[in-house]
Design a protein around this ligand. Structure first.
Ligand code: DON
Length: 309
């Protein structure tokens, strides 16, 4: 029987919070460096609309890399799988999320997967629309539909802060442009990518996104498909194989649920057929994943046998 009350969840949060001191808030995006490392919150969203939560679930967080799963869903719907996977691969990597090393070692400079920054830049490039404004709005509309929150927008300060300092992402994008994986103006692409990463919401919204993936793309309120089941399946598979970057193998063994993290300290989880999870804990481990968030998922998975394996 899964955790039924917010009180039960609260006890696990208190336990998991003990490890925040072993991590560090991301500060390579200066605006993210302002987060309080001691925070930890979680929301769980069930298909019948019930939610349980612990911690400050009103707190808004930016998606950062969690946005990569949703931009992937959008381009899969826009362009179809054949086109998308001509421009980005399907294989996990043991390299850090922002590594440039592997691109140079491949025959075709195609990024290994859509969850590393090089692959995500290639995916964002594929978002259709007249200009950055329209492309961003199309992504926002999908996210607003998945959360059923039509007020969701991006945080301008966080987007600007990343845009001003994204030298490594610019390097990756220029490399991909040289090899014709990307063919748009790089400043324009970075404008869209940094706004995408700065889309903000609370843990409850995040948990509802997890739930839509968990339910094979179905909106829990009206039973309609927001995403085709096949798109949800592909996204969840990437969450398992690459969602926690070069910690994905360990995460699959210890926790065993499709999940995606971001350097803001967010984690979105989808327990297939059961519920969605949204976590915020900005103290990160060395690989860029929320240290207390992972601990919390480990406790949940062990206590309630959530592993899908
Ligand atoms: O591109 C970046 O570096 C950030 N906007 C997102 C990176 C990220 O969230 C990686 N997460 N673990």
């Amino acid at each position: 029987m899964f955790c039924q009350s917010s009180d039960e969840l609260n006890e696990l949060v208190i336990e998991a919070k003990k490890c925040v001191k072993h991590g560090k808030v991301a500060d390579y995006i200066p605006e993210l460096g302002k987060a309080n490392p001691n925070e930890l919150s979680i929301a769980i969203y069930y298909p019948n609309g019930n939610c349980i939560s612990a911690g400050d679930i009103e707190r808004k967080i930016t998606l950062q890399s969690i946005s990569k799963v949703i931009s992937l869903a959008l381009v899969l719907m826009d362009r179809g799988t054949d086109y998308v996977f001509k421009h980005v691969g399907m294989e996990p990597t043991g390299d850090p999320f922002n590594s440039i090393a592997r691109l140079e070692m491949m025959d075709v400079a195609k990024p290994l997967n859509p969850m590393i920054n090089a692959g995500a830049l290639s995916v964002t490039h594929m978002i259709q629309g007249e200009d950055v404004k329209e492309r961003l709005q199309r992504l926002l509309t999908l996210i607003q539909t998945m959360t059923n929150n039509f007020e969701i927008n991006y945080n301008e300060n966080v987007a600007q802060s990343e845009f001003d300092t994204a030298y490594l992402n610019r390097s990756l994008a220029y490399f991909l442009k040289q090899h014709r994986i990307i063919d748009e103006d790089i400043e324009q692409l970075l404008d869209l990518y940094t706004k995408q990463c700065a889309i903000e919401m609370n843990c409850l919204d995040l948990a509802r996104i997890g739930l839509v993936f968990a339910m094979d793309g179905i909106d829990p309120d009206n039973g309609k498909h927001i995403l085709p089941a096949d798109v949800a399946r592909i996204c969840k598979t990437f969450m398992v194989t690459c969602g926690m970057y070069n910690a994905s193998g360990e995460f699959a063994i210890k926790i065993g649920i499709p999940a995606k993290s971001g350097v803001s300290g967010g984690i979105m989880g989808a327990v297939p057929g059961k519920f969605g999870i949204g976590i915020f804990g900005p103290s990160l481990d060395q690989k860029g994943n929320s240290i207390a968030g992972i601990k919390l998922l480990e406790l949940l998975s062990k206590n309630y046998r959530l592993s899908m394996f």
